[in-house]
Design a protein around this ligand. Structure first.
Ligand code: ACO
Length: 382
């Protein structure tokens, strides 16, 4: 929108706020790279911990660095007694993403040097946040089930531990591997609303806990990570694959949006959704939870012509990701929290990168109101 000499960039669309080496989204051709590596290769050959290291520190770790990283994460996974009591006192109706946010607040409160944002000091804050976030989310599931919180096992990685802390049973390695790939796919996605929000906070030289909390608050909205939960509700509302056609046609006739479709950057099939579709297919077969997946496939098929082929409005990653929660035995409101747990790596990478060349983020709003109005005392106002 142009106002005189001023351009208003609604939604900051097409505005570049920094140079980055973290990830590249080729929205036209449906490609995604983390630090120059194709997402398909990382999903195939790497694991979440290594990808988190790559995103944050800029290169794949040497064996020595990798082992230190894994050991540091492993040592920090367990929640303190105080944190467990704190979580147990939160009313059970609260959404997992809000509980995760509270857990990060707690971590910040118990870090005397929270405001130190030198890289040396940041390393251990990063480890604490990455290691404890999955434990907080798993603990919340246990608390809601009126069950004991299960401590992590030092032998397991992030994905295996998360599954272990949900049930206390040794995780199925094949399912844990699928979950690991889901974490990789959600780990980073450029200057999206939540990453930007975290960056705005750190640009004021606030602290990393506050920046992550800003990002979490932004992720939960319906037009971002909150869509994962809303999409599950949509699948449940549809009820069965034979009801999909009527549901979608009615929505499109009313010019309503089909959740899980469309993206600000991708104008073709989201490459993450393509990989995730296959993984969720296998996961739902392994866990005998195929009902929602079959509805999802039907929604995709029905929307293919009116949205995807003709307008480039295709499924985004959120379309399939929530189904993983259900397949893992979690309630639907865990979907945004799982998304957040994996996206921590990307948020941290952007926070660290921005701090290298920090500049306070301070855009402007173009004033279109009146000026020099006469003040009317309260008693004289109509
Ligand atoms: N269903 C139907 N039509 C759609 C959809 C959709 N899901 N998404 C966009 N459109 C249409 C709009 O109606 C609009 O049509 P028009 O030009 O005829 O008015 C056109 O596509 C452009 O829409 P915008 O809102 O301008 O596109 P934007 O880039 O802002 O939208 C967004 C991106 C917000 C994700 C949008 O596609 C949407 O609302 N999708 C549904 C919610 C969703 O899936 N959110 C998850 C986002 S992905 C993530 O966070 C990982």
């Amino acid at each position: 929108m142009q106002l005189g000499q001023i351009w208003i960039h609604k939604g900051l669309e097409e505005i570049y706020v920094k140079k980055t080496k973290i990830s590249f989204i080729d929205g036209k051709n449906g490609k995604l790279y983390y630090r120059g590596y194709r997402i398909e290769d990382l999903v195939k050959y790497s694991n979440y911990e290594e990808v988190a290291y790559l995103l944050i520190f800029g290169e794949l770790p040497t064996r020595r660095k990798y082992e230190k990283w894994i050991n540091d994460l492993s040592r920090e996974r367990k929640l303190s007694y105080g944190m467990k009591i704190f979580l147990q006192k939160i009313p059970k109706w609260n959404a997992p993403i809000d509980v995760l946010k509270s857990g990060i607040v707690y971590l910040g409160l118990w870090d005397r040097a929270a405001s130190n944002i030198n890289m040396g000091a940041l390393y251990y804050k990063i480890i604490r946040i990455l290691a404890k976030a999955p434990s907080i989310v798993a603990a919340w599931h246990r608390i809601r089930q009126n069950s004991e919180i299960i401590d992590p096992c030092p032998d397991f990685n992030t994905a295996q531990n998360f599954l272990y802390m949900l049930t206390g049973e040794e995780p199925d390695l094949e399912i844990a591997d699928m979950f690991d790939k889901i974490l990789i796919l959600h780990a980073e996605h450029g200057m999206n609303a939540s990453a930007f929000s975290g960056m705005v906070t750190i640009s004021t030289l606030s602290d990393i806990y506050s920046a992550i909390i800003s990002a979490l608050n932004t992720l939960k909205g319906l037009l971002h990570g909150g869509a994962t939960e809303a999409i599950l509700k949509m699948f449940k509302e549809i009820g069965s694959p034979d009801k999909v056609k009527e549901y979608v046609e009615k929505k499109l006739a009313r010019k309503e949006r089909i959740l899980g479709f469309g993206h600000r950057v991708y104008k073709t099939y989201d490459p993450r959704a393509k990989i995730l579709k296959e993984i969720i297919g296998k996961l739902t077969i392994a866990n005998e939870q195929k009902a929602l997946y079959e509805i999802a496939l039907k929604v995709e098929e029905v929307c293919m012509n009116p949205l995807c082929r003709t307008r480039g409005i295709c499924p985004n990653i959120d379309f399939f990701s929530g189904i993983a929660c259900i397949a893992l035995g979690l309630s639907e409101d865990f979907a945004p929290a799982i998304f957040a747990v994996s996206r921590l790596a990307g948020w941290i990478a952007h926070i660290v990168e921005y701090l290298q060349e920090n500049r306070l983020i301070r855009p402007r709003a173009y004033y279109v109101g009146e000026l020099d109005k006469e003040y009317t005392p309260l008693n004289s106002r109509q």
